[in-house]
Design a protein around this ligand. Sequence first.
Ligand code: TRP
Length: 364
Amino acid sequence: MSNPAKPRLLTGDTPTGRLHLGHWVGSLENRVALQDRYECYFLVANSHAFTTRAERPDEIRQSVLDIATDSLAAGIDPARSAIFVQSEVPAIAELTFFFAMLLPFNRVMRNPTLKEEIRDKGLGDTYPFGFPLYAVGQTADILAFRPEVVPVGEDQLAHLEMTREVARRFDQLYCGVDPATEDDAYVARGGLFPVVKPLLGRVRRLPGTGAPGPDGTLLKMSKSLGNAIFLSDDAATVERKVMGMYTDPARKRATDPGRVEGNPLWIYHETFNRDAAWVAEHEEAYRNGQVGDVAVKRKLVEVLNALLEPIRERRRALEARPDTVIDVLRDGTRRANAVTEETLALAKHALRQDFLPRRKLDLG
Ligand code: TRP
């Protein structure tokens, strides 16, 4: 675990429900693969979930357990990687306060991801103070681990940019790093925090199984839009969702020429079907009205269920040992605290506020 040769990786999720295929291609498959090369820390951002659901704590609690279960079922190996609970890592909250002083208020409010969320979730001007604060908190989630890479979806890039600004500002102000320093060289020049790099997933935006939005563009797969295939769906549910999915609305029968571009059925095949020759051949046949939707959907059911079956099997094993998830969170949180307490001590030293060195945190 504490193999010093391995650089650290940090990423996380706000617990808003079970994970689906969009999470898988956007990030999860990447995480599973990166466990070999990095010492991985996967944060469950339960404190952030209170920004929009403060009145539903039970739901947030359940979502934390669901995300941890889904991650383990998907192949995160708890012997190597830490899955941890944000609210049990006090260094994150403490760093948030100091980092909040390094970002002008107007800079935070200009963060495009926050603006989009305010618009898309219809938050108007009624959102809590903690809503913009979460973006500052996210800079602390990340920098507390001084990671080499941060795998995220495209929607998180604005938060990563803010994180990079905090790192530069802190290192310049408190570690004497020259502002002319290249981003890659901050730590080598005496900075505490690296100017972190985002790592995008293979697929940036997987459409859902439903019809497009009012402007004709395909909607992103999302639990709240009811267009998701979940990692926890059983084989029959996957079949029902795929057989009922939106394809080319202009196509009435199998002999009509079909549209491949922008057709979710083909986007899914291109994303999940490893048999590229099959896909190319059948796309051609589809264009020429030589293969029906039903046959192509059946094949997709097969492909998706083959992907999900090992995940289901690991889930069954987890369900047979109900304490596993909480044990994994306890161990992961202990490991996260070991790293972040060290960062916090170094940060307080740099801030000249290292009056009372702290003893070890007592957890679980
Ligand atoms: N904001 C991220 C999301 O909603 C979750 C998150 C919180 C995160 N802290 C993070 C992601 C730190 C990467 C790094 O998906």
